[in-house]
Design a protein around this ligand. Structure first.
Ligand SMILES: Cc1ncc(COP(=O)(O)O)c(C=O)c1O
Length: 394
């Protein structure tokens, strides 16, 4: 098919040319001085992205799923309990990862479309006071539903319960797209992948580990080898890894960090907010609804759109792909067929959002959804024009 493919799933995201070029180079000796310098540039850059002064950044050749496992095995023993909230496919999978590792999971069922209510966290911690809970697992941005949980309030709830559980936060689809403050929000472990807000191909699982979690890992955790962060943190001090790192992806990560800081990290987050507002304006103009229940908790990195009864979202997705080379995200798990997801994170601008909305409109109309062609594009354009006016760009 001619023209460029429109990859608008909520990750992996489009990899900018600059990053592709930064990776298109000879592999270097990962035990040599050039590599050590690269590591020592990347780690402080990632600390800035996690917004931490003292948290240790640990990078594995893995994906987000590997990062889940790494976060758990370093601080939780088999048989110990963690608290989790099922508000979508990824929070459910995070909990399942823990169960598969022999960890006991107290899993609270929520509606898919809800955020994790902080008061429920406090209530659960108080109610389970006689059965120690070692960690609270939170998915900051639930990629299956397009809902963001307020991590700052979750920390407040843990503190209000007077509980010492670790706060482990999945930032796979929020880091570098949605505001996240590791230190200020009292997060103990944050985990991420390379393929979303960081604009890289899949292949890196990245953790940020606070001092308390590092102390717990010294005396606890599960049997582990590859994911043991202690030798990684030790060797990273000199710029090296205890295994062969994903050398070229790390060159890509250096370029991604340069791009994020050149744009201005706060500007990156504001851009995500603006593009998300544009997509939400289009969905409203279509008279469709997002799956997320509360407007103030809708995600800035993706929008899950509910299709009308009698329509399968899989047909809309297939149509978009086959006719326009536009990839939209499928409905995951129990919401398959009911929603499609528009990814609006990573390297993205207004024009690309408008093209995505235009293609989605055509796919919807061709699948018999009664929307007005152009309504979403116009609503989105109007929003972008207003945003530009308020910034005095025009
Ligand atoms: C919030 C969240 N957590 C975890 C994962 C799993 O990451 P991966 O597919 O990179 O293993 C994903 C993947 O999309 C995700 O969106």
């Amino acid at each position: 098919m001619s023209g460029r493919p429109f990859l608008q799933i909520p990750g992996p995201t489009n990899v900018p040319e600059r990053i592709l070029r930064a990776m298109a180079r000879p592999v270097i000796d990962h035990r040599g001085p050039e590599f050590a310098a690269l590591t020592q540039e990347i780690l402080p850059g990632m600390q800035q992205v996690f917004r931490t002064a003292k948290g240790a950044v640990v990078i594995y050749p893995a994906s987000g799923t590997g990062a889940w496992e790494a976060a758990l095995v370093n601080v939780i023993r088999p048989g110990e309990r963690v608290l989790s909230f099922n508000n979508g496919h990824f929070s459910a999978q995070f909990a399942q990862t823990a169960r598969d590792l022999g960890i006991e999971v107290k899993e609270v069922a929520l509606r898919w479309g809800q955020e994790v209510p902080p008061e429920l966290v406090e209530e659960q911690l108080r109610a389970n006071a006689n059965q120690p809970i070692r960690a609270v697992l939170i998915v900051h941005n639930e990629t299956s539903t397009g809902v963001t949980t307020d991590v700052k309030e979750i920390r407040r709830a843990i503190d209000a319960a007077g509980h010492d559980a670790l706060l482990i936060v999945d930032t796979v689809s929020s880091l570098a797209s949605i505001d996240f403050w590791f230190d200020e929000w009292g997060v103990d472990i944050a985990l991420c992948g390379s393929q979303k807000g960081l604009m890289l191909p899949p292949g890196l699982g990245i953790l940020c580990v606070g001092e308390r979690a590092q102390a717990v890992a010294e005396r606890g955790g599960s049997p582990r080898h590859f994911f043991d962060w202690r030798p990684v943190i030790r060797d990273n001090a000199a710029g090296f890894f205890p295994y062969t790192p994903a050398t070229l992806l790390l060159f890509g990560l250096r370029e991604a960090l340069t791009m994020l800081f050149e744009e201005g990290f706060d500007n990156v987050l504001t851009r995500h907010q603006r593009l998300a507002d544009g997509v939400r304006a289009a969905v409203a103009a279509w008279k469709l609804r997002p799956l997320g229940e509360r407007p103030e908790r809708l995600s800035n990195s993706l929008t899950a759109v509910v299709v009308p009864d009698g329509v399968s979202s899989n047909d809309v997705i297939r149509r978009a792909r086959e006719r326009f080379n536009l990839s939209l995200g499928v409905g995951l798990g129990r919401i398959n067929g009911r929603v499609f997801r528009i990814g609006h994170l990573g390297a993205l601008n207004e024009l690309e959002v408008l093209a995505t909305i235009a293609g989605t409109e055509l796919a919807l109309v061709e699948c018999g959804v009664p929307i007005e062609l152009g309504a979403g594009v116009t609503a989105s354009q109007q929003l972008f024009a207003r945003a530009a006016a308020s910034l005095a760009v025009v």
